[in-house]
Design a protein around this ligand. Structure first.
Ligand SMILES: O=C(O)CCC(=O)C(=O)O
Length: 290
């Protein structure tokens, strides 16, 4: 579904949007699965291993900020990560036949107040032995500037790894006033539902609060070249190899000269990027009461 010029644009800019990757039936099935999972948030009083909740969530009026690791909870999202047309794009962009799923999440960004995500690099959360990793944003709703489409700063995938600590602890967010980046250059990853964005693991990105009437659900899958090994360790080799979506496993990591910072000591607020970022000292994105 992509051409050489798309691969070249990804390498230069650090991101790519591919329209119409999911067809209408695949999209409808994914949305139905999300709706089914969301039903489980009714009655919850706090975050769980599956649900990260908006601050205004109540058990009777559920407001889910994120569905955590959907590939672990549902066969549907485990299988969707192996969709042959998706895997073919990943192999082109990562430049390898062997690709492993690293993680997944669904950021719901509900209408009328869905939470912003502060500027960050995924690389700060999960450094590896080489940086052939990317995240895929599967657009489950139309993503527009009005409903908080993801924003990427082009070219930052070849720059430094920025400080994501506050008061000596990892906080999962960059200090926008300290990094010397021109955030007005950021480009929105907009598209119709069914499109997918692909952003390099070192690309600086974030997104604004959704103050529009339209929800913006974005399913994020993170993928790695199979020879990129996580510097924070592999506790269970069978589980690790079980996440391969193509090619063969290897116990020979490829080591590259990549800039790295370790996300330790851990963030005081655990559970999701939203919780991690509550200890950031400086925010870029405004947050209004819904
Ligand atoms: O949902 C978004 O707009 C950005 C999400 C993101 O970067 C993340 O969750 O790591």
């Amino acid at each position: 579904m992509i051409q050489d010029r798309d691969v070249a644009a990804y390498r230069e800019q650090g991101f790519l949007v591919v329209p119409d990757v999911l067809d209408a039936a695949e999209l409808a099935a994914a949305r139905a699965e999300v709706a089914r999972i969301l039903e489980g948030a009714r009655g919850l009083a706090g975050h769980t291993d599956v649900y990260d909740l908006e601050p205004d969530h109540t058990p009777d009026a559920p407001r889910v900020r994120r569905i955590k690791t959907p590939h672990r909870h549902t066969p549907f999202f485990r299988e969707l990560a192996r969709l042959p047309k998706l895997v073919a794009i990943l192999q082109r962009l990562l430049g390898t036949e062997a690709v492993r799923l690293h993680g997944s999440k669904i950021n719901m960004k509900a209408a009328h107040g869905g939470a912003p995500v502060e500027w960050h690099q995924d690389w700060a959360f999960y450094p590896h032995t080489n940086d052939d990793l990317l995240a895929v944003g599967v657009m489950l709703d139309d993503c527009t500037e009005a409903n908080g489409a993801m924003l990427v700063l082009p070219g930052t995938q070849t720059g430094p790894v920025y400080d994501h600590h506050a008061d000596g602890y990892f906080c999962g967010a960059m200090d926008p006033s300290a990094v010397g980046l021109d955030f007005s250059r950021a480009v929105s990853c907009t598209g119709r539902a069914g499109a997918m964005s692909f952003h390099h693991v070192r690309a600086v990105h974030g997104s604004a609060q959704n103050l529009s009437d339209a929800p913006r659900a974005l399913l994020l899958y993170e993928f790695a070249a199979a020879d990129a090994w996580p510097l924070m360790g592999v506790p269970d080799l069978a589980e690790f190899d079980g996440r391969l979506v193509s090619g063969r496993p290897t116990i020979t990591p490829r080591l590259e000269r990549v800039p790295v910072r370790i996300p330790l000591p851990p963030a005081p607020h655990q559970g999701s990027i939203y919780e991690n970022q509550t200890s950031a000292k400086h925010r870029y994105f405004g947050r209004k009461a819904a």
